[in-house]
Design a protein around this ligand. Sequence first.
Ligand code: URA
Length: 234
Amino acid sequence: MAAPPPQMRLPFEPDPECGFCPRLVGFRNGLRTAQPGWHNAPVPFFGTIDAQLLVVGLAPGLNGANRTGRPFTGDFAGDLLYMTLIEYGFASGTYDARPDDGLRLVSSAITNAVRCVPPKNKPESSEINNCRLFLKRTIMAMPNLRAIVALGRIAHESVIRAYGLRLALLPFVHGSQYVLGKESAAAIGALARTKPVSLFDSYHCSRYNTNTGVLTKDMFRAVFAKVRERLADL
Ligand code: URA
C-alpha cells in the first residue's frame, strides 16, 4: 500500500525523525529499508484538538498503524475500536482499514502512549517514559477535553503519570471511572480548562484480549456507553 498523504504536523507531535528512543529508531530504520512504502515514523494523533474525548492506545501495530500512519488503522484492534466509536456517535462514515477511507471522528481523537512501533508490540519502560512528553502536550492542547479512555494498563499509567498523579491511588481496573480534578488539570498546565476530565479504563481491544474473552464486545461497548452518559451530564 502507498504511504498516506503528508499531514500538517500539530505542535505537540514528535518529529518524524524523533530520536528519543534508540531501540525504536533502530527498528524503524530497519523497517524503512524492508518496507519503504510504509509510514515507518511516529504515528500522529488522529482527530481534532477541540474534541471532548481522547482515546489512548498502547503503540502502533507493525502491519497496522505503523504501515498506514493512522492510529489503529489496519490493526486487528481497530475493527472493534472504530465499530464502537461509530456506534456511540464518536465517529461517522465507514471504517475500511485505510487512512483514506473517509472515516471522521466526531468530538473524539485517538493517540498512543508510545508513538513508534516497538519490536514484538512491547515498549520498554524508558520508551513509555520518553514518549509521555507528547501525550502530555496532546492533553494540554485539548481545551474541551472531558473524557479519556485508556486502553490497557500502560495507557492508563501513562495518563496518570502525565497528570502527575499517584498510581497507587488510581489503579488500572477495567470499567472504572476516575475524575481527574481541576487541580490535576492545573498540574499538567491545562489552566484554561474549567471542567474536570474523567478517565475511563478498558482492557485493550487487542486480538489476544478479544480472542481469549478477557474483553468482549459488550464489555467494550459498556465503557463507551458510560463515556456517552458522562458527556451528556456535562
Ligand atoms: N494500534 C494502535 O495504533 N494502537 C494500539 O494500541 C494498538 C494498535
